[in-house]
Design a protein around this ligand. Structure first.
Ligand SMILES: Nc1ncnc2c1ncn2[C@@H]1O[C@H](COP(=O)(O)OP(=O)(O)OP(=O)(O)O)[C@@H](O)[C@H]1O
Ligand SMILES: [Mg+2]
Length: 522
């Protein structure tokens, strides 16, 4: 048999296996043999990136002292986060990966198992001899193999999720998404949590608004978990992720033969969320035709599967979330007003991270601890902390979380330093204050005129500061500005600046004034 044939055989057995653990066992043994690997593992993650299934061969999972297990850990974590395949004939040449101790050679392939843009898991293979170092061809083989595992894993995970949906809301999740997991001491957040507690137990439709990454989904889950429905499914759906026709059949289900390819009856999300909570995420993206249909469900609970006339009753609590300005969209005719009013029975507006800066220190602490996890405690160097506290987080908590997750990963020791933070953050300058911004952008003036005015203001200010520092001495001021005397003088005249005004002020008075940045372009 050729390798490809063996791969296909292996794929068949993997796909035929319904039990996740058994499927992984077949997969790991098969791929190790196929690639002549010495050691290997397959991990599957949940949406939070935690390992939910694993199988390993010739790797001491628990033995942290073992050099190979440290190296494999680093690589697996990198592949999990980046979703990019990894292949190196000898990883020990790469200092960012770690030291091999007495190990000299370690050839590694680590392939993400991807599904719909998410990294479901990884396949890791290792070999310690250079005679058997992995080739690019083998890396490609593993890539195809991981696609097969992806299919098998998705099926297996979905099955498991369906049968265990009550178990899924087990204690772990409950504490994770309970109020204790939500950092919010800022008065604006306390108000949000109070509202959540107040509306959770009713069946009222809730509309959660807030910028991207402010925790809309987290709050939706908190509503669910604090309601009577807590032991029933919480089903989040992204209304922007699917084309209209597909979205409709996913929402309401479809009957066999409803359209080409509908070979079986299909349960929709409404049915899956029966007695539970349905989160309509990105609800602004819902096409108008579906808004009409949803409105009907919201009003009397009736709907039918696509291609069927049988009336079904929906019993799911609806929570909707959006980061769009729905009123504006209503004006443009993209959201129906009747639909909007019906959704907006209770509105919860989540503050951006900029509006609740007092929560930043605690959030940073929590997220660092959370990501450090078993790596042991991590602390922040003072300068790194200062940068994190000063930044304005357009991506809100998700952005902060990404920064810290990366920093924890990059920092080998106990301390997160500035160099472990993204460059964007390191070079970040606070924007103009709102006042200055408004001045910079009077409506109707346009870009060129605004820019010109700001430049002039800057030049006038800069020249004056140089003159002040130089005690009114024009040639000294020109030298400070690093432009020639004539140029400086012309600009002074242009702005009507009088050098004499600065002569009365002595140098010492100015010593603690603001520093002048070097060089003004002439
Ligand atoms: N108050 C909070 N305390 C702790 N973690 C939070 C808090 N708010 C949000 N998070 C975390 O930040 C991340 C983003 O939150 P979430 O997915 O709920 O945001 P979102 O508003 O739905 O974002 P998007 O608009 O991009 O979908 C999640 O990992 C969530 O657990
Ligand atoms: Mg969301």
């Amino acid at each position: 048999m050729t390798k490809l044939e063996r791969l296909l055989e292996l794929g068949k057995s993997v796909l035929a296996e319904r039990d996740v653990d058994r499927m992984l066992t077949i997969a790991i043994d098969g791929v190790i043999e196929l690639c002549h690997a010495e050691s290997g593992m397959i991990l599957l993650f949940n949406a939070e990136g935690e390992t939910v299934f694993d199988v390993a061969r010739n790797l001491q999972k628990e033995d942290l002292g073992e050099p190979e297990s440290q190296v494999s850990r680093t690589i697996v974590e990198r592949v999990r986060l980046e979703g990019i395949p990894f292949w190196q004939a000898n990883v020990l040449d790469d200092r960012t990966i770690g030291r091999g101790g007495r190990l000299q050679i370690l050839s590694v392939i680590c392939q993400p198992i991807r599904d719909l843009g998410r990294t479901l898991g990884v396949v890791y293979l290792g070999h310690r001899s250079d005679q058997e170092a992995f080739t690019e061809e083998t890396a490609k083989l593993v890539a195809s193999f991981s696609e097969l595992v992806s299919l098998a894993a998705r099926n297996a995970l979905e099955r498991r999720q369906l049968t265990r949906h009550i178990g899924l809301l087990s204690k772990e999740l409950r504490t994770r998404f309970d109020f204790q997991a939500i950092v919010g001491r800022d008065p604006k957040m306390v108000e949000v949590l109070r509202l959540v507690a107040q509306v959770a137990d009713s069946d009222a439709t809730v509309l959660i608004r807030g910028e991207s990454g402010t925790g809309k989904e987290l709050i939706a889950r908190a509503i669910h978990l604090n309601s009577r429905r807590r032991d029933k499914p919480f089903v989040p759906i992204n209304c922007g992720a699917l084309p209209e026709a597909l979205l409709e059949s996913e929402l309401f289900g479809h009957a066999r033969g409803a359209f080409t390819g509908a070979v079986r009856d299909h349960q929709g999300w409404f049915e899956r969320a029966d007695e539970g909570t349905l989160l309509l995420d990105e609800v602004g993206e819902l096409p108008p035709a579906l808004q009409v249909k949803l409105l009907r469900v919201l009003e009397n609970g009736d709907y039918s599967r696509v291609g069927s006339t049988q009336i079904r009753r929906a019993n799911a609590r609806i929570v909707a979330a959006t980061n769009r300005d729905l009123e504006e969209m209503a004006k443009e005719g993209r959201i129906r007003r009747d639909f909007l009013y019906r959704l907006n029975v209770v509105e919860i507006r989540l503050p951006s991270l900029r509006e609740r800066r007092s929560d930043l220190p605690l959030l940073i602490r929590r997220l660092v601890d959370q990501h450090a996890g078993r790596r042991g405690p991590k602390r922040l160097a003072p300068e790194a902390e200062r940068l994190l506290l000063a930044y304005d987080y357009p991506g809100n908590i998700r952005e902060l979380q990404n920064f810290l997750q990366r920093a924890v990963l990059l920092s080998e020791g106990e301390t997160i330093e500035v160099r472990h933070l993204p460059e964007a953050l390191q070079g970040w300058e606070p924007p103009l204050t709102t006042e200055a911004e408004e001045e910079a952008l009077p409506p109707g003036e346009g870009f060129r005129a605004s820019k010109q005015r700001m430049i002039e203001r800057f030049e006038r200010d800069y020249l004056s500061r140089c003159l002040r520092k130089a005690g009114g001495n024009i040639s000294l001021a020109a030298r400070l500005a690093k432009i020639d005397y004539k140029n400086f003088y012309t600009k002074m005249q242009h702005y009507g600046i009088d050098a004499a005004k600065y002569r009365s002020l002595g140098e010492e008075e100015l010593g603690n004034g603001r520093d002048i940045p070097p060089g003004l372009p002439s």
